[in-house]
Design a protein around this ligand. Structure first.
Ligand code: ATP
Ligand code: MG
Length: 399
């Protein structure tokens, strides 16, 4: 066991001490066998959410109807889910019904792929009813049971298959792949938020080029928002495709590859958060500035350091001839005379004092913006006298 599992043993042992069963399950077991780092530890149990709430002090009821709660232990979160059977997902979002059950076997049967249908007890014994371990060895993504049935139940699994191909570099088993092709139309009935969540992970995958081959060979993009009406965009992606760690980067790239479709349109159709929207807009603005003027003071001044890496990934992907690196951005940023408007030595009040007889208006902000740019681009020093002199030579248009 690795450290995260050892930490989580406490949860399993505490549940079992009350007479229930509990296992590590799903992605964490898969990642342990693959010797990959894991994001989070999921636990499956015969205890109901209410019973879990009685056992632990800190329980967050995130999805009680589906049997899921989060247990907090030593500042970490563990998703604890009651063994369950799922009905079909006719709203494209949630199973119509869930039935809590007493055995891990049937719970594993509802899971998507053999490699995800693995459970492990506190001693490290594997419950592997579908040959998941063997498939991990063969690097194969295979449906649990009949693919046609499983993808009909929840077509999101079609997207999940290519996202795992992208993350793990695995192949999709033949019958599973055929079923995906047969049922791909069903993707269109899914809740867009679910698609976005999986496609975010897809584009961030280490082997995204492999995932992308599946996406295009199955023509899955023809069933995704906005790609559906504009399938030709997929051919504009330079190959090999590279990983984009956040969805804002993906949207920025989509827009840069086809400027006819605005960021707003992508954001709307893919139901993105404001955070993603802001990121995409920033990255597009910065990239367009970069294309026109190159990497300069004004660019790094505008670029929030949280977007540095994303910007570099986009440049690396779309502008192969002009390599720039983190170091260059940092150096240039360190050389900036100011880091934001707040650092300007002169503010609106000072400007009004210089023009006591003029009425307040948008001209003040415009003047400040001009001064800001002069200073950032090092044509003007950030001191009062220099700025006053500059204003004399460049009087504002007031009207
Ligand atoms: P990651 O490491 O990216 O979190 P994961 O395998 O943990 O990968 P999750 O989306 O967190 O994936 O889901 C946890 C587990 O729940 C999966 O391993 C799988 O067993 C099951 N699962 C999740 N979504 C589905 C689904 N749509 N259909 C069937 N089983 C699913
Ligand atoms: Mg997970």
């Amino acid at each position: 066991f690795t450290k995260p599992f050892l930490d989580a043993l406490y949860i399993i042992e505490k549940i079992e001490a009350k007479g229930f069963k509990a296992y590590f399950v799903g992605g964490c077991v898969r990642d342990l066998l693959l010797e990959h780092d894991m994001k989070d530890i999921d636990i499956a149990t015969s205890a109901t959410p209410n019973q879990i709430q009685n056992i632990f002090d800190k329980v967050i009821p995130v999805g009680i109807e589906h049997g899921t709660v989060i247990v907090r232990h030593q500042k970490k979160s563990y998703e604890v889910t009651t063994f369950r059977l799922d009905g079909s997902y006719s709203d494209g979002r949630h199973p119509d019904s869930v039935q809590f059950i007493d055995r891990i076997d049937e719970d594993l049967a509802r899971r998507d792929f053999t490699m995800n249908a693995l459970a492990m007890d506190k001693y490290g014994n594997l419950v592997d009813l579908y040959g998941g371990k063997e498939d991990l060895k063969k690097k194969l993504i295979r449906s649990v049971g009949d693919g046609m049935e499983r993808f009909t139940e929840d077509p999101l699994r079609i997207i999940r298959a290519i996202r795992f191909a992208s993350q793990l570099g695995f192949s999709i088993e033949e019958k599973t792949l055929l079923a995906m092709g047969d049922l791909k139309n069903e993707i269109e009935h899914l809740a867009v938020e679910r698609i976005q969540h999986e496609m975010g992970k897809f584009f961030a995958g280490k082997y995204v080029d492999i995932g992308f081959s599946y996406l295009t060979s199955l023509c899955l993009h023809r069933h995704l928002p906005l790609f559906k009406e504009n399938p030709y965009i997929i051919d504009k992606f330079p190959r090999p495709i590279e990983s984009f760690l956040s969805f804002g980067e993906v949207i920025a790239v989509c827009h840069l590859l086809e400027p006819k479709l605005t960021v707003q349109e992508w954001v709307k159709q893919w139901k993105c958060s404001n955070k993603i929207k802001t990121e995409a807009i920033t990255l597009v603005d910065i990239f367009n500035h970069y294309k026109k003027q190159g990497l300069d003071e004004w660019l790094v001044y505008q670029l929030d350091p949280i977007y540095d890496e994303g910007f570099l990934r986009i440049v690396h992907y779309l502008d192969k001839n002009h390599e720039i690196n983190k170091h260059e951005i940092k150096c240039l940023r360190n050389s900036l005379p100011i880091t934001s408007k707040k650092d300007l030595i002169l503010n609106g009040h000072d400007i009004i004092k210089i023009f006591p007889q003029e009425k307040k208006g948008p001209w003040i902000q415009k003047l400040i913006n001009k001064i800001e740019k002069e200073i950032v681009e090092k044509r003007l020093k950030n001191n009062k006298n220099d700025i006053k002199e500059w204003i004399k030579c460049n009087p504002p248009e007031i009207n």
